[in-house]
Design a protein around this ligand. Structure first.
Ligand code: CP
Ligand code: NVA
Length: 310
């Protein structure tokens, strides 16, 4: 059975298992092609991607710009001040205007509803580059990275330590369900995943505030305790989270000397992760960041270039 093509990439929960695996395989193909030949075929020649940002970014912006360049296309950045999404101009109007200039729109927004609305009104594919609900490009990349290091995904256990209610945790829980991984979320009360996320994930998720739940995990993952847009809660969060720091002591509780440590970055070093762990032998932080380029090239090749998922 051919895999149903994706029209947009907005949230992990609306991608099916075959589509998810199709994207992972395409990412591998494009990464291998570039490693082998030093370049990718220019399948997006003459195509442009609009990069619409309501929040700051390093990885998302640069990896999409470079991804377009590698595939022979072009990307243009639009800063938060310029568009005033939903304020200076309505979301449907922005979507319809950009659709006439670009072949795709990548948007980083505060309200998830805005990225859904962009997709509803746009005539070109829309990619969610992070919203308050989901960070699907990150989760796709993370699964690609784990697959690369372990050679498999099914049967592995990922322990997410920190803010289990944020966009990155939600995306990982949903993505784990697509690939047969189990998840343990170790988070303080009040910062645990929404029950709907657990229900929709389709995998085994243990939620607890006991650190011992990291024992036997294959991967420990963390993210900032205060996400973009939550700055006013920072003091309160700093009080709730210190026990959930990923440090050498926590790694020893895993009882797995080969444990891999992941973080979507940017890291608040000394808060959710210590320097020795972030820079230590178990860290995958930088290969993970670099893989954003390869995973997103698969999205671009499929959504803008019509490359089928297989
Ligand atoms: N991980 C990630 O999305 O990083 P940026 O915020 O720098 O894009
Ligand atoms: N949860 C973080 C991820 C940053 C890439 C945030 O939303 O700020």
């Amino acid at each position: 059975m051919p895999i149903t093509p994706l029209r947009h990439f907005l949230e992990i929960r609306s991608v099916d298992e075959d589509q998810f695996w199709g994207l992972l395989r395409l990412a591998k193909e494009l990464k291998d092609e570039r490693t082998r030949l030093g370049r990718n075929a220019p399948i997006l020649d003459n195509k442009a991607l609009a990069l619409l940002f309501q929040k700051p970014s390093l990885r998302t912006r640069v990896s999409f710009e470079m991804g377009m360049q590698h595939l022979g296309g072009h990307a243009f950045y639009i800063s938060p001040q310029e568009v005033g999404l939903g304020a200076r101009e309505s979301v449907p109007d922005v979507a319809r205007v950009l659709s006439g200039y670009a072949d795709g729109i990548m948007a980083r927004v505060f309200a998830h509803e805005h990225v859904l609305q962009l997709a509803e009104w746009s005539s070109v594919p829309v990619i969610n580059g992070l919203s308050d609900y989901d960070h699907p490009c990150q989760a796709l990349t993370d699964m690609f990275t784990i697959w690369e290091y372990f050679g498999q995904l099914a049967g592995l256990t990922l322990a997410y330590v920190g803010d289990g209610s944020n966009n990155v945790a939600t995306s990982l829980i949903m993505a784990a369900g697509k690939v047969g991984m189990s998840v343990r979320v170790i988070a303080p009360q009040g910062y645990q995943p929404d029950p709907d996320v657990l229900k929709q994930s389709g995998t085994d998720v243990i939620v607890t505030d006991e650190l011992v739940a990291v024992t036997g995990a294959d991967v420990v993952y963390t993210d900032t305790w205060t996400s973009m847009g939550q700055e006013k809660e920072r003091e309160e969060r700093l009080k709730a989270f210190p026990k959930f720091q990923v440090n050498e002591q926590l790694l020893s509780i895993t009882r797995n000397p080969d444990i891999k440590v992941m973080h979507c970055l940017p890291a608040h070093r000394g808060e959710e992760i210590t320097d020795d762990v972030a820079d230590g032998p178990n860290s995958l932080l930088f290969p993970q960041a670099h893989n954003r380029l390869h995973a997103q090239k698969a999205l671009l090749a499929h959504l803008l270039g019509g490359v089928p998922l297989q």
